[in-house]
Design a protein around this ligand. Structure first.
Ligand code: ATP
Ligand code: MG
Length: 234
C-alpha cells in the first residue's frame, strides 16, 4: 500500500478529480470509454496522447490502462519508446496469438515517447496494430506533434492532443490543494508555462524554503520518483 503524502513532488493523480485543465476532460471521456470496454471487450483500443510536457499524458494513459485491466498491473506492459526495438514488437506480436490472458480480459501495452522507437520498430508496429484483436489496447504518448510520426503510423491511432492547463487553472489547482497564498500560486502558475509537473516542483521548492507544512484538501498517494530537475522560478 502506498503511503499518503502532502508533498507536491509526490503528487500522483488517482482519477479525473485529481487532474486539472483540458487533460481532466480528456481523461473523463477516455475513462468512460475504458469502463464500457472493460465490461464488454468487443473491440481493441489504440490511443495516442500527444502534447507538451508535464500535462498528464502518461498519467492518463496509466489511468486508462488501470481501468481496462481492473487494476491488474500484471496485464499492463509499460515501456519507453527509446527501448522499443523491432524484437520487442515481434514479442508483442507473438503474444497476440493467445486470446486474453490468465488474469483478465484486457492486455495493455503502454509506450511513452513512442516517437523515440526505432524506425524498424515503428514499421513493425503497423502490422501489430492491424492485427490487434478485441481485448488488446495499445496506449502511446508523445511530446511531438503528429507530423513527426509517419502518416501510416499516426492513422492507426485515435490521436488526442492534450493542451496545457491555463495559468488560472494551475493557480486554482495549487491554491485548492495546498492552501497557498493566491499571489504565490499565481507566480508559480505563470512560471510553469502550463507544465503542471514544473509547477509542482516550484511549489515544492517554495514550501521547502520554510513555509509551514501544506494542508491538502484531499489525500494524495505518493510515488516519489522524479524525472526532471528544474531550477525554481519562484
Ligand atoms: N493535468 C494535470 N493535472 C494534475 N497534475 C498533473 C497534470 N499533468 C501533470 N501533472 C503532474 O505532473 C506529473 C507528471 O505528469 P505526466 O508524467 O503525466 O506528464 P506527461 O504529459 O506525460 O509529461 P512528459 O511529456 O514529460 O512525459 C504527474 O504525476 C502529476 O503530478
Ligand atoms: Mg510522459
Amino acid at each position: 500500500m502506498k503511503s499518503v503524502s502532502t508533498e507536491p513532488m509526490g503528487f500522483r493523480p488517482q482519477g479525473t478529480d485529481d487532474l486539472v485543465g483540458q487533460p481532466a476532460r480528456v481523461a473523463e471521456a477516455l475513462l468512460r470509454k475504458a469502463r464500457r470496454l472493460r465490461q464488454s471487450p468487443t473491440s481493441n483500443l489504440r490511443v495516442l496522447l500527444y502534447g507538451p510536457p508535464g500535462v498528464g499524458k502518461t498519467t492518463i494513459a496509466e489511468l486508462v490502462a488501470r481501468e481496462l485491466t481492473d487494476g491488474q498491473s500484471i496485464c499492463v506492459e509499460e515501456a519507453n519508446g527509446k527501448m522499443v526495438c523491432a524484437e520487442t514488437v515481434r514479442l508483442w506480436m507473438a503474444s497476440l496469438a493467445h486470446a486474453g490472458n490468465l488474469f483478465g480480459d484486457w492486455s495493455v501495452v503502454l509506450v511513452n515517447e513512442v516517437d523515440r522507437a526505432s524506425r524498424d520498430a515503428q514499421d513493425l508496429l503497423l502490422s501489430y496494430l492491424d492485427k490487434m484483436p478485441a481485448g488488446r489496447a495499445f496506449l502511446a504518448t508523445s511530446n511531438l506533434d503528429l507530423s513527426a510520426l509517419t502518416d501510416r503510423f499516426q492513422s492507426r491511432f485515435q490521436a488526442i492532443r492534450l493542451e496545457a492547463p491555463t495559468t488560472d487553472e494551475i493557480a486554482g489547482f495549487l491554491r485548492d490543494r495546498w492552501r497557498i497564498a493566491a499571489d504565490v500560486a499565481a507566480r508559480i502558475a505563470v512560471g510553469s508555462g502550463g507544465n503542471v509537473r514544473a509547477a509542482l516542483l516550484d511549489l515544492q521548492t517554495f514550501l521547502d524554503a520554510g513555509e509551514p507544512a501544506p494542508k491538502p484538501a484531499k489525500n494524495h498517494n505518493r510515488n516519489g520518483d522524479r524525472r526532471h530537475a528544474r531550477r525554481s522560478r519562484v
